[in-house]
Design a protein around this ligand. Structure first.
Ligand SMILES: Nc1ncnc2c1ncn2[C@@H]1O[C@H](COP(=O)(O)OP(=O)(O)OP(=O)(O)O)[C@@H](O)[C@H]1O
Length: 257
């Protein structure tokens, strides 16, 4: 029974700010090992949806459940146990080490005054190792490349031991090589069981990484469902309000122009 409980589920969710609805009718269901890609033009409401899923702003209507529990009944620590967060970029001027940053995730379950101990350090190191960056543990975060910093942020979410992670444009500021490396790391996490919701402005990336997609613009939810059926020419044209064509590469993957 537990295996069937979605990690994230929304029912009739309306998101918005200060009780003013932005988008309604959001019905999501995300299970173990799935990657759900959120696509939409600037200002559509992707960050607003993430902040709602994380319990940082209240829904204007409808419900969010994490592992079957209504979000409204969960404390911040309970939410952190269920849902990790990878922001677009790390905004810190401080010379934290990569390990310091990941320890923040590993300590998310501790009380506000508890100090991380051996188990938290072990969890943090294991998360760095899973992303192939254990050798960067002592490196100063300000000296890492954008791609390495993004992997550290993903390791921080992983060290939280949450079953699901939301990622706000995790590859937005990265060059081509770093984008591929981070995308591979994300897919590997999902293949190992983590559920991931990510926003992206790149339909090719969504086609490569995603199992499902949700398309949002100011008109609302344009489509949601399995990736192949959702990323159609007609729907992307409607989403972005420019003509979009879809082709199949020699690798069998969908590409969009
Ligand atoms: N704190 C806020 N208070 C009121 N309105 C806000 C607030 N934050 C965002 N908005 C508005 O909500 C709408 C959706 O913004 P949001 O940041 O969720 O879009 P987005 O899809 O993440 O955009 P982008 O792709 O540019 O990151 C925008 O019109 C924005 O101006």
């Amino acid at each position: 029974m537990e295996r069937m409980t979605p990690l994230i589920e929304t029912r009739g969710l309306t998101i918005g700010h200060n009780r003013k609805p932005l988008i309604g009718g959001i019905d999501l269901r995300l299970c173990r090992g799935q990657v759900l890609c959120l696509l939409g033009p600037n200002g559509a409401g992707k960050t607003t949806l993430f902040r709602t899923l994380l319990g940082l702003i209240p829904p204007v209507g409808g419900e969010v459940a994490l592992l079957g529990q209504p979000l409204s009944a969960l404390s911040r620590t309970d939410i952190a146990r269920r849902l990790g967060h990878v922001p677009q970029a790390l905004a810190t001027p401080f010379a934290f080490s990569a390990l310091d940053i990941v320890l923040m995730g590993a300590s998310a379950r501790l009380g506000p005054f508890a100090r991380p101990g051996k188990p938290e350090r072990a969890r943090a190191m294991a998360a760095l190792a899973r992303l192939g960056i254990a050798d960067l543990a002592q490196a100063e975060i300000t000296r890492l490349s954008g791609g390495q910093r993004q992997l550290v942020l993903i390791a921080r979410a992983l060290a939280q031991d949450a079953a699901a992670i939301v990622m706000d444009e995790p590859t937005a500021s990265l060059d081509f090589a770093n984008r591929l490396q981070v995308a591979c790391a994300i897919r590997a996490l999902a293949d190992a069981g983590t559920a991931i919701v990510l926003s992206t402005h790149d339909p090719d990336q969504a086609a490569r990484l995603g199992d499902a997609a949700i398309l949002l613009n100011r008109d609302g939810v344009i489509a949601t469902g399995p990736i192949q059926e959702t990323l159609t020419e007609a729907r992307l044209t409607r989403l972005y309000r420019v003509p979009v064509t879809r082709s199949l590469g020699t690798d069998g993957r969908m590409h969009f122009h």
